[in-house]
Design a protein around this ligand. Structure first.
Ligand SMILES: *[C@@H]1O[C@H](CO)[C@@H](O)[C@H](O)[C@H]1NC(C)=O
Ligand SMILES: *[C@@H]1O[C@H](CO)[C@@H](O)[C@H](O)[C@H]1NC(C)=O
Ligand SMILES: *[C@@H]1O[C@H](CO)[C@@H](O)[C@H](O)[C@H]1NC(C)=O
Ligand SMILES: *[C@@H]1O[C@H](CO)[C@@H](O)[C@H](O)[C@H]1NC(C)=O
Ligand SMILES: *[C@@H]1O[C@H](CO)[C@@H](O)[C@H](O)[C@H]1NC(C)=O
Ligand SMILES: *[C@@H]1O[C@H](CO)[C@@H](O)[C@H](O)[C@H]1NC(C)=O
Ligand SMILES: *[C@@H]1O[C@H](CO)[C@@H](O)[C@H](O)[C@H]1NC(C)=O
Ligand SMILES: *[C@@H]1O[C@H](CO)[C@@H](O)[C@H](O)[C@H]1NC(C)=O
Ligand SMILES: *[C@@H]1O[C@H](CO)[C@@H](O)[C@H](O)[C@H]1NC(C)=O
Ligand SMILES: *[C@@H]1O[C@H](CO)[C@@H](O)[C@H](O)[C@H]1NC(C)=O
Length: 370
């Protein structure tokens, strides 16, 4: 079983009336966008502007190079309390990964301090939904560690994942009813396997009360999960070969890092998802009524890149190559700009076209597990 996260985002008022003519166009690897709104967004809708940035699916887009190239990995230790590096309104993003390390795609963040460590809180409310941050840069193999404190409420899920433009995915997830465990999982191209790859790792000291370092060590031939530097699980790429097709169903495409707090225990979610998350959210929980929101705390994220071939100074990005077979798209370095056309800071807003429906834009984030 897996969970699908549905987020609701109020439709912004910047759309020109004529633009809605293109509304409702969905896209996928078997149904590409037309040339007027060429980019297949991470949620599977055709558009331009920031639809061509993070998460844009090259296989569902008009052409393989409709999406902007993916900003290349850089070694970094991101201190999240430095909110000057976080763009809180994604519609303003122009693709400049040197200007922002993170974009808030949904929801909101707050500064906080916990056990002496400055951090950000990802906010979840009954009316506003959850919060999702994405890195502006991609990782094409590397070791990624997030220091975080989870929520502790049934139905509220804390997550630290990687997600590629074609839905390769690696997860650490924490359903909030169980604060001494975490769940690890991985997906290849969004494919839901008959037998889940999800595993529960337990025996942690309280994940709500204590900072822990959760690591995804993603290498071309292996994937290792660690807690506070201790290995909890290792997967070999060679064990992921589909013996019928010979294809390695192992995450292998450049991925953004995503941090989120999401409401799985709500009536609009499938019953299996609600159960997986520990039940329905109790909006009368004293933690919620006193703070006015649920939250998860993220202190830092460190990234140690391990590209199969190291990038040189002229490399700015990753692009999907001419090999368009769905099984094995090839990834290459490029020196092409990752930014929207001659972008000024506001062009992302003006370019936000081709959305779904008047009033509400339903976002579906494939995120999960079990
Ligand atoms: C983001 O900016 C757009 C354009 O100014 C605005 O319409 C929208 O309400 C903003 N979103 C948030 C969450 O502030
Ligand atoms: C990140 O922190 C680690 C540990 O302090 C350090 O070894 C590494 O050089 C840092 N990386 C960067 C890019 O600053
Ligand atoms: C991208 O942002 C950096 C840092 O703010 C800035 O120095 C650079 O000029 C920007 N690049 C472009 C092409 O706007
Ligand atoms: C968080 O704190 C920093 C430094 O104190 C400040 O610059 C920033 O605006 C704050 N961010 C938020 C979201 O409150
Ligand atoms: C990691 O391993 C060390 C040494 O065995 C142990 O002391 C520590 O409690 C472990 N940490 C976790 C989170 O299991
Ligand atoms: C494919 O076969 C190998 C060798 O028998 C095995 O180790 C591996 O688990 C199989 N792969 C899958 C996905 O079942
Ligand atoms: C959390 O919910 C799951 C799914 O309903 C359940 O299997 C598990 O036992 C619960 N854990 C705790 C600690 O209550
Ligand atoms: C840098 O890397 C790119 C892509 O791998 C390659 O085409 C280019 O020749 C390299 N440049 C130098 C100066 O090595
Ligand atoms: C794509 O790559 C796969 C694996 O390297 C290869 O078998 C296939 O022939 C390639 N297809 C094209 C069209 O280049
Ligand atoms: C990218 O590389 C090509 C070939 O090496 C070179 O001709 C071109 O000027 C480079 N473009 C940029 C923006 O650096």
């Amino acid at each position: 079983m897996f969970a699908v996260l549905t987020l609701l985002l109020p439709l912004v008022a910047t759309l020109a009336p004529g633009v809605l003519a293109a509304a409702g166009t969905t896209c996928s690897a078997t149904s590409q966008c037309a040339s007027d709104y060429p980019c297949c967004s991470e949620y599977g809708f055709c558009g331009d502007g920031y639809y061509c940035l993070g998460g844009c699916d090259p296989l569902g887009s008009n052409t393989l190079d409709s999406c902007k190239p993916n900003p290349v990995c850089q070694n970094a230790n991101y201190t999240l309390s430095d909110t000057s590096r976080i763009l809180t309104n994604y519609t303003y993003f122009d693709g400049n990964a040197s200007e922002y390390d993170w974009v808030v795609e949904e929801g909101s963040i707050m500064n906080t301090t916990s056990n002496g460590e400055a951090a950000i809180a990802l906010i979840l409310t009954e009316n506003g939904g959850g919060t999702l941050l994405s890195s502006t840069r991609y990782v094409h193999y590397g070791q990624i560690t997030a220091r975080l404190k989870t929520g502790r409420w049934a139905g509220v899920v804390t997550a630290f994942i990687t997600m590629s433009s074609i839905k390769d995915e690696i997860d650490w997830e924490f359903p909030g009813n169980a604060t001494t465990e975490g769940q690890t999982n991985y997906f290849w191209q969004g494919f839901i396997p008959q037998t889940t790859n999800g595993v529960i790792e337990n025996g942690f000291t309280d994940t709500y009360a204590n900072w822990h370092d959760y690591t995804v060590d993603w290498q071309p031939d292996s994937l290792t999960f660690l807690v506070d530097g201790n290995v909890t699980r290792t997967i070999k790429a060679s064990d992921c070969v589909n013996n019928a097709t010979g294809v390695s169903e192992f995450p292998n495409t450049p991925s953004r890092i995503q941090l989120s707090l999401w409401p799985a225990g709500i009536s609009s979610e499938p019953q299996g998802t609600v159960q997986w998350a520990g039940g329905m959210i109790n909006w009368n929980d004293p933690d919620y009524t006193s703070a006015g929101h649920f939250y998860a705390l993220f202190q830092s994220v460190s990234v140690q890149c391990n590209d199969p071939t190291p990038a040189n100074a002229s490399v700015t990005s990753y692009v999907y190559g001419t090999n368009t077979t769905l099984d094995t798209p090839s990834i290459a370095f490029s020196n092409v700009s990752t930014m929207l056309n001659g972008a000024s800071a506001l062009s992302g807003v003006n370019g936000m076209h081709g959305v779904l429906a008047a009033g509400v834009l339903a976002f579906t984030l494939l995120a999960h597990l079990f």
